[in-house]
Design a protein. Sequence first.
Length: 258
Amino acid sequence: MRFFLTLSYDGTNYSGWQTQPNAPTVQETIEEALATLLRVSVPIVGAGRTDAGVHARMMVAHMDVDEDRVAASPQPFTDWLREKLNRLLPPDIAIQHIQQVRDDAHARFDAIARTYIYYVHTAKLPFGRDYSMRLFTPPDFEAMNEAAARLFKYIDFTSFSKLHTDVKTNNCRIMRAQWEQVDQSVWTFTIQADRFLRNMVRAIVGTLLEVGRGRMSVEEFCQVIEQKDRCSAGTSVPGRGLFLTQVDYPEGVFIDKQ
């Protein structure tokens, strides 16, 4: 039986989502907790691979559990497992929902859209330093929005991808890209697409900031995309300001609607 786990986490203390040698990750931490509760190895597959320090208000992962093991657990199984996992997991990881899905449902490949938000602040914020990037000189957000609107014209985002990845294509369909002011000193950049390349959002934000600082024109921003060369884009911004906030799926993948 296949289940989707909907969860959130503070990525500060983790080297990203995906399990890797000699470094704590969110995936590994959840898999260890599942193995403790279910007394068997339970691999999980996430909807994406957030980088070190990146946070998630909503991440989705799928797992397979033997039908006999589900039947032998207190019922309803999903409620029992969610409660037990939240007691066992550290305070910076929380499970919101566990839902049964089709046996062929895939947390990564069935997702139709993902939304990220990047936070920046232009004044000293003692409680924002771990979840936002400080900009000591306010950039031109209007110019950055003008450049962000040009993203809709393109599909190939090689210029914003980490080098030497194992993906077959660097094509993505961007559905939303906009800077918005939250309060006097806090701004957010929201971007939604059907898929994202590794490091893509952080590279886009870093390049948009070059526009906002007057170091790159909107036309030069477009040229960066067209060159399909990571070296022509701006520096990636720190992971601490980035949040995965939404993963969308077609309704047909779910069996148990909660």
